[in-house]
Design a protein around this ligand. Sequence first.
Ligand SMILES: [Fe+2]
Length: 250
Amino acid sequence: MNIPSSALSRRSFLLTTAGAAAGAVVAHAADAPPAPTGPFKLDPLPFAFDALEPHIDAKTMEIHHGKHHQAYVTKLNEAVAGQAGIGDVKTLISEISKAPEKAQMAVRNHGGGHFNHTLFWSLMAKPGAAGVGGAAGGKIGAALEKSFGSFKAFQEKFADAGMKRFGSGWAWLVAKPDGSLAISSTANQDNPLMKGIVADADLGSPILGLDVWEHAYYLKFQSKRADYITAWWNVVNWSHVDELLGAAVK
Ligand SMILES: [Fe+2]
């Protein structure tokens, strides 16, 4: 698959988070996952499996996307089967209390998993490309300096959030409505959109997320989460983070 990552990553994220119905998503290439059996589907990665080498290995990406993310989609579809009026996944996970009670835990876990991973893929791109890796520029670079003092201080605090997450979960950079930025961490597949699930103080728009589940790094880094985080900075798509900041703060 040879698709311009910046264009497709933005499209993929917007399609999934802005209310796209299953039928609105483009057809897949030959390596497409199985046909959807519910309202949600797995989009292809916005880059080839080996695009993030040598920092994130191809086999990890193939399993992470094709097995783990697919499983979240499949189980989310099972959870909402037969329900009318299912909206987009962002709305669904933001208002879990509105889902049928028996489906709420599945929506939290698998809806969260689907949203988080779709976002995660869009936040990475080929190392060395413009706006990828290194220190953030643009509005996001300025906002990070303003909120954390320096880009380095932000990186240290964000990595610390990922390191201190016990077990499985995510580290987040969250944009608040007033334009300020905050770092937080959630367990499992929770995220900062989940009202009533995460603390009110941690709610906001996630504009950068780091998956610290072992399935994200174990093949290459074994138990060395710190090494994975250090490598991951090389593939962060700051151009897209900048776009997400702009969309979150009007
Ligand atoms: Fe993951």
